[in-house]
Ligand binder design. Structure first.
Ligand SMILES: [Zn+2]
Length: 395
């Protein structure tokens, strides 16, 4: 049994570099992992991702906690033993610390200003997602939280860790009770205490390190609101990508980017009107083509028509087949020899009431795939068997 790992503490977050000894080699999940006697790597927990970095020259891709033992998950299965130099990925940790600190502050503002308590929170490598119990939050609410956060960032408030006595804890404006009962660690922002949150995660030392905080994505979720936010460089990159996508769409629509929504609404209106007009014209075309193709019917019982359409619009082919069948009181076959080899048939003849039973046995030897009962049959046919289809039908 591996002994619990000593967790190095340097205040707001564990140290980024340290010396330690390998005490166990094993696996976590199915990945190679090692345990050390002491570590500065932060294991996944409290909504925060496990640290990444290096032990000597070996890459650590994740850090996990199991029964008090911190497992450093390695990128490759290499043997590590004795003393190692641990080095946490500075950029990854800094981003996690920014996200975690920003989450405390965003949750504080949403709670205090809009009566929207945070129900749960989880971090991804580059964003933080919080689920709030209030269902009617709007973009305006979130924008006002962003504005206030930016004011706190620009004021560069200090962030500190406190280990308060029960009396001191009771005096702090915490939003929810600590999850532990001993050695309670509270992250306090601002000399005038803008926020105090019991938390064991990693945090920045001043709010100025956060940069811009963007609560850019939100959706209704399980009777509340789910908000995803990004901080600092992550927020900048996300905004840049979305601006580029909007600019590209605006360019396609020949509209100024800020008038994109109006331009899209116009396109959608146009499309709806075009669809309506197309449906009307198709109705007229089906009547005209039904009559014209009906005039080419051959045979007596049933009279039959075999027709081909240039494109594979299944709805149009079905409607046309039904119209021809009605016009001739017989069987109509319409094929669209496009990629899918669409093939539909319709009957309006009592002697051929079950088209599947009548037609399928003639077509299956020719490669027909598909089915149908009663008045219609739909499937696909190889293009090169068409002469035989016509012969089989008109026989
Ligand atoms: Zn935290």
């Amino acid at each position: 049994m591996t002994k619990p790992t000593e967790r190095l503490d340097a205040g707001l977050q564990p140290p980024l570099a340290f010396e330690a000894s390998v005490v166990a080699v094993g696996t976590h999940g199915d990945r190679p992992a090692v345990a050390l006697d002491r570590t500065g790597f932060y294991p996944e927990g409290g909504g925060q991702r496990g640290d990444r970095g290096w032990l000597g020259a070996v890459e650590v891709v994740d850090t996990q906690l199991s029964d008090g033992v911190v497992w450093h998950v390695l990128a490759e299965d290499v043997s590590l033993s004795g003393a190692v130099a641990g080095r946490v990925d500075r950029g990854f940790r800094a981003n996690q610390a920014r996200l975690h600190t920003a989450q405390h502050l965003a949750s504080r503002l949403l709670h205090d200003r809009f009566d929207a308590p945070t129900e749960s929170a989880r971090m991804s490598p580059d964003s933080f997602t919080i689920d709030l119990s209030r269902a009617d939050l709007t973009a305006e609410h979130l924008a006002s939280v962003e504005d206030e956060l930016l004011a706190w960032v620009l004021a560069d408030h200090p962030v500190e860790v406190r280990r308060p006595t029960p009396t001191e804890l009771a005096a702090l404006p915490i939003r929810s009770a600590p999850k532990v009962t001993e050695d309670i660690r509270v992250v306090v922002v601002g000399e005038a205490v803008l926020d105090a949150t019991p938390c064991g995660g990693c945090h920045v030392s001043r709010t100025g390190e956060l940069g811009v905080v963007r609560l850019a994505h939100f959706e209704r979720y399980k009777g509340g609101t789910r908000v995803r936010f990004r901080v600092g460089p992550g927020a900048l990159h996300d905004d840049r990508q979305r601006t580029a996508a909007m600019t590209e769409a605006a360019t396609l629509l020949k509209a100024p980017p800020l008038e994109l929504a109006t331009a899209v609404a116009r396109v959608l209106d146009d499309r709806a009107a075009t669809r309506e007009r197309l449906a009307r014209l198709q109705q007229e075309l089906i009547k005209l083509q039904g009559a014209a193709l009906g005039a080419t019917a051959v045979g007596e019982d049933p009279r039959s028509v075999v027709a081909r359409l240039p494109d594979d619009d299944a709805g149009f082919a079905r409607a046309l087949a039904a119209e021809i069948a009605r016009a001739i009181g017989g069987v109509a076959v319409v094929a669209c020899p496009g990629k899918a080899g669409l093939f539909v048939a319709a009957t309006a003849r009592e002697s051929v009431a079950d088209l599947g039973a009548w037609l399928r046995p003639r077509l299956q030897p020719l490669g027909f795939r598909g089915g149908g009962r009663g008045e219609t049959l739909q499937g696909s046919m190889p293009e090169d068997r068409w002469a035989e289809v016509a012969a089989a039908l008109l026989r």
